[in-house]
Design a protein around this ligand. Structure first.
Ligand SMILES: [Mn+2]
Length: 309
């Protein structure tokens, strides 16, 4: 019996990029006659909005066996893999986060596709395209991949956005029957969900950073339409909840309509870590960056700092 490919992602949560990649890549492999399942033990975060959930795409209810192979999407740091993954049976990695490129190039050779691009969904789109199967992609998968590109590129304003992301969205949007006002509608919906349960939203996109990252230990991120309004309304609740996770914390609220990142950090030690990586002006615990910046971009800056410097 040929092994089943289990398409999965990180352990902490699934953002829409991870969610879309699992579902759309499993669909492609199955269409190519390669048995595959989209499986995760993690829950989707606020980026998988109610409208997106309403499209009806779901992960497969599947328990991997000792024979199955694993394909990781939107993650390459093996410390953060879904707990069901057996590292010695990882056969493919598709990701756009920096830090583990060399490890996987040595382990998997060309089966590791890790590169700087706006969304892993664009990498999965390219596989559909290369296979010549794009005309047969389901409406759901096309809409999921397209929305993942919107989210991860911050509506194409993020610094990691490439021409390939823009092309992928332009091709996928009609297949997914997405209208021109979908980006605004999507980000407004994400913000409403975040504001309805702030602590859940903070928990759902929180990472604990290692010392070598040179970033605050507890790093939460959220993408919304209007960050100023959110911070003004919810600041004390945010500080209370983040303070409960540790003293050294940072929240990055990415504001799509303002094209900024609002960084919130209460403690001097956290503020100073950021100030060592980029020119930044803190005012009462708040700093505005334009254009906006993603956690993985800050991670790249932190990792590239000369350890002796
Ligand atoms: Mn991603």
């Amino acid at each position: 019996m040929s092994p089943i490919k289990v398409i999965t992602s990180g352990s902490a949560y699934l953002d829409i990029d991870a969610w879309a990649c699992c579902i759309a890549y499993a669909e492609l492999l199955n269409l190519q006659g390669i048995p595959a399942r989209a499986v995760s033990n993690a829950k989707p975060n606020a980026s998988v909005s109610n409208t997106v959930l309403g499209w009806g795409a779901v992960l497969n209810d599947y328990r991997p066996t000792s024979n199955d192979e694993f394909v990781l999407v939107d993650v390459s740091d093996y410390h953060h893999f879904d707990p069901m993954v057996a590292l010695d049976r990882v056969v493919e990695v598709i990701d756009h986060h920096p830090g583990f490129e060399n490890h996987w190039a040595q382990t998997l050779g060309s089966a590791a596709d890790i590169r700087p691009i706006g969304a892993a969904a664009t990498q999965v789109f390219q596989r559909w395209k290369t296979a010549g199967l794009l005309p047969r992609i389901s409406e759901q998968s096309a809409a999921l991949l397209a929305t993942a590109i919107l989210d991860n590129t911050l509506n194409f304003t993020g610094q990691m956005t490439t021409a390939a992301d823009i092309e992928a969205y332009a091709e996928l949007a009609p297949h997914g029957k997405l209208t021109a006002d979908w980006p605004e509608q999507y980000f407004l919906e994400c913000q409403a969900a975040i504001e309805s349960d702030m602590s859940a939203a903070l928990a759902a996109d929180l990472k604990r950073m290692k010392p070598e990252s040179r970033l605050p230990e507890v790093f939460a991120q959220m993408t919304v339409w209007d960050a100023d309004a959110l911070i003004e309304k919810h600041r004390s609740e945010i500080c209370r909840w983040m303070g409960g996770q540790g003293d050294d914390w940072l929240l990055n609220v990415i504001s799509i309509s303002q094209r900024t990142s609002c960084l919130l950090a209460e403690h001097m030690v956290s503020q100073q870590k950021l100030s060592r990586l980029l020119p930044i002006e803190w005012q009462a615990g708040l700093a505005i960056l334009k254009p906006s910046i993603l956690r993985k971009e800050l991670l790249k800056l932190g990792l590239s700092v000369n350890p002796g410097g």
